[in-house]
Design a protein around this ligand. Structure first.
Ligand code: PEP
Length: 255
């Protein structure tokens, strides 16, 4: 049985290493032995080392990063390489988050990062998602282009290692004038993404796991996990609250 994924995206939070340790420990202490769920917490680069060297990385929680550059080393001021993450023992990395795309990251950049991350044995959590819904259903095409361009040239045998996070930007907790997405919205898009992948890579290819992200909380997690067609959830805002995040994990564990 494949485990359900509950992935936290702390984004640019919290404000200090001390607070990061407290938040991490609060979640860790609240966890019982998990049999059916994999918990990954993606933290700012600065805290990866703190949380690792404080020996917080137990078997209960896996640490992840929120971005990585595609080059291995050299004159790339301000960047972090996949080799550095690998050397630190980090396995998961969020790529192509809509907040990074809003800062100018393109599908081509993300594609290079995915291929480079995979070559170092990292597992990319690739975010895709429509910015808005339109009556003509153009948003399907928008996601199709993201999926195709981001995964261009990925080796067939590595495709199954990837996790795709379907995150409709209009449903994120931080989007102004946001709307709630439903599990049906999620399921529909998951089926569509699987079709794109099968068309592109062939029917006999192991496909990525697909998860949903966008204002997931302790109240709607069950609905998304049971009816959203996904194998897990990506949690932003609610992951900064240990009680809420623990509740989401316990919901996933009970399914
Ligand atoms: C995210 O931005 O990755 C996310 C899931 O955010 P939120 O849960 O706060 O909508």
């Amino acid at each position: 049985m494949t485990k359900k994924l509950v992935i936290a995206n702390w984004k640019m939070n919290p404000a200090s290493g001390k607070e990061a340790e407290t938040l991490f420990t609060d979640v860790e202490n609240g966890l019982t032995l998990l049999k059916k769920t994999e918990v990954i917490i993606c933290v700012p680069f600065l805290y990866l080392n703190i949380l690792k060297s404080a020996n917080r990385q137990t078997k209960k929680i896996i640490l992840g990063a929120q971005n990585v550059f595609y080059e291995e080393k050299g004159a790339f001021t301000g960047e972090i390489s996949p080799l550095m993450l690998d050397n630190l023992g980090i396995k998961y990395v969020i790529l192509g988050h809509s907040e990074r795309r809003a800062l100018g990251e393109t599908n081509l950049d993300i594609n290079k990062k995915i291929k480079s991350a995979l070559s170092f044995g990292l597992i990319p959590i690739v975010c895709v998602g429509d910015k808005e819904r339109d009556e003509n259903h153009e948003y399907f095409n928008f996601v199709k282009i993201q999926v195709e361009e981001c995964l261009n040239g990925v080796k067939k045998d590595l495709l199954g290692k990837i996790i795709i996070a379907y995150e409709p930007v209009w449903a994120l907790s931080t989007t102004e004038g946001r709307k709630d997405a439903t599990p049906v919205d999620s399921r529909e898009m998951v089926i569509f993404i699987r079709k794109i992948l099968t068309d592109k890579f062939g029917v006999n290819t192991k496909l990525p796991r697909i998860i949903y992200g966008g204002s997931v909380n302790e109240k709607n997690a069950l609905e998304f996990l049971t009816n959203g067609g996904v194998e897990g959830v990506l949690v932003g805002g609610a992951s900064l609250n240990p009680e809420k995040f623990l509740e989401i994990i316990s919901i996933a564990e009970k399914i």
